[in-house]
Ligand binder design. Structure first.
Ligand code: CMC
Length: 435
């Protein structure tokens, strides 16, 4: 548990220059409760002061014990365990248990969890039928977003979101079935026909099998590629209050079922500034023909023509620790599948950007998405699948946050305020009088 250095008498004093009145706001965990600002008024019947923070850059929306980030130092921990260790020593299902329950599982707990996941890995027939009607050109993230929301309709026990037992049931189903939905989308787009799940395999091997095996011919998964997929799922498993986790929390706060809440999370993830960046990085690398073209490309990023995708982060003002681990994973994968010249371009791009004043003065470093796509690409997947892989890994993070929020009796529906900048009240204009 992190140390609480809050002193009960810690407080912020502020004088309102409009009235000369002084206010005292309590400080807890280096924050002030924003609702206390409402006491600051000019007239008694005023609504009171609000804080303005459009992208929630400086606003805490919850207390959470799942994931810790120190962006200045480049630290990421899951329930206190450094990301480097979770990725190298853990398996994805162990990390799921850790994120959901707060502790690493005992051998018996892990066996039970694996058995629960395996038993839930069979998708309802309707979900296959749903994929059959999708246009094959539909982005696989759009397929996943739709399928996640539709999946909820297959079960009649999804609405009791205040029951811990019911939440557990939905969490097991969603962790078990998200890779199945992802594989269904992949197979549909590539005309591969359905495949049986193989619960004798590990979670990540079964995921790769469900995508890569052909009818009657089981794909042999190279252990280094299985390890790489498992580590990538772990590296993506949670990242505290990111855009998609915030979407899940906001949507889930309405007490909607978790399938709809995580579908909203997947939609948020799809955007190129968030999880969609891994696809955008590969598309960017495809536009750079050789290492010699890197300086000119970087210039176009600096003069605002485009963003250097896979660079920069709202929270990290140092190396994203996930990017470092992924760089090492990439080397292992390329040892197996052979060298890819795109890796040389990516390395040259990173080196040039890190040394460049534009990027260093803005503290822009490679993030998790910079190298991950190259690994997926080396495994034979097309760029449109990359964000789907991110979503498969992130599912447990969304669910851990949703579960934490629903278990907290102080949770209220999320409903921000606005500064209204429109017209004052005015009279209706008849159609014949409108100009
Ligand atoms: N390329 C060029 N300039 C950049 C970049 C970039 N990738 N990122 C930020 N900047 C500049 C930006 O133009 C601004 O410059 P100035 O101060 O001169 O106006 C300054 O850096 C601050 O940028 P910002 O947009 O205010 O920063 P933000 O915290 O709102 O945005 C970000 C964070 C991740 C959206 C942004 O860095 C970005 O667009 N990166 C590229 C997309 C990307 O790789 N996203 C994946 C994020 S990590 C995975 C995940 O969690 O989803």
């Amino acid at each position: 548990m992190s140390e609480d250095t809050t002193n009960n008498s810690d407080a912020l004093s502020a004088i309102d220059s409009r009235t000369g009145k002084e206010y005292t706001l309590p400080i807890e965990h280096d924050t002030i409760p924003a609702t206390k600002l409402r006491e600051i008024k000019v007239n008694d019947d005023d609504f009171g002061m609000l804080s303005y923070d459009p992208a929630l850059k400086n606003t805490v929306t919850c207390k959470s014990s799942i994931c810790f980030i120190d962006g200045e130092k480049g630290i990421l921990e899951y329930r206190g365990y450094p990301i480097q260790e979770t990725a190298s020593k853990g398996t994805y299902l162990e990390i799921c248990w850790l994120l959901l329950n707060g502790e690493l599982p005992t051998a018996a707990e892990l066996d039970m969890f694996q058995a629960e996941i395996s038993a839930a890995t069979y998708a309802p027939q309707d979900i296959q039928k749903l994929h059959d009607v999708f246009n094959k050109n539909l982005h696989p993230m759009a397929m996943l977003e739709s399928a996640l929301a539709a999946l909820g309709g297959e079960f009649d026990d999804i609405d009791d979101v205040l029951s811990a037992e019911s939440r557990h049931q939905q969490i097991i189903r969603l962790i078990a079935l998200t890779p199945v939905l992802a594989a269904m989308g992949y197979r549909h787009r590539n005309d591969l026909g359905p495949v049986e799940v193989n619960t004798d395999l590990s979670y990540s091997s079964n995921f790769l099998h469900m995508m890569l095996s052909r009818k009657g011919r089981e794909h042999e998964i190279h252990p280094a590629l299985e390890k790489a997929m498992d580590a990538l799922l772990i590296l993506h498993a949670d990242h505290e209050q990111n855009c998609s986790a915030n979407a899940v929390r906001a949507v889930g706060s309405s007490r909607v079922n978790p399938y709809s809440a995580v579908s909203a999370g997947a939609s948020a993830l799809h955007g190129p500034l968030h999880g969609g960046a891994n696809q955008a990085v590969l598309e960017m690398l495809n536009q750079i023909d050789s290492v010699e073209d890197v300086p000119a490309f970087l210039e176009s990023c600096k003069n605002g023509e485009r963003r250097l995708m896979g660079f920069g982060h709202r929270v990290y003002k140092n190396y994203d620790p996930r990017a470092k681990v992924i760089g090492e994973l990439a080397a292992n994968v390329f040892d197996v599948v052979g060298h890819n010249p795109k890796l040389d371009i990516a390395i040259a791009l990173e080196k040039a950007a890190v040394a460049d004043e534009y990027f260093s003065s803005r503290k822009l470093f490679p993030n998790v998405d910079f190298y991950s796509g190259l690994i997926y690409s080396a495994m034979g997947f097309d760029a449109r699948m990359f964000t789907v892989f991110f979503a498969v890994g992130r599912m447990v993070g969304w669910l851990a946050h949703w579960n934490e929020m629903m278990a907290d009796s102080s949770t209220k529906i999320v409903r921000p305020r606005q500064i209204y900048t429109g017209y004052e009240r005015r009279d209706w204009v008849e159609a014949s009088d409108r100009k």
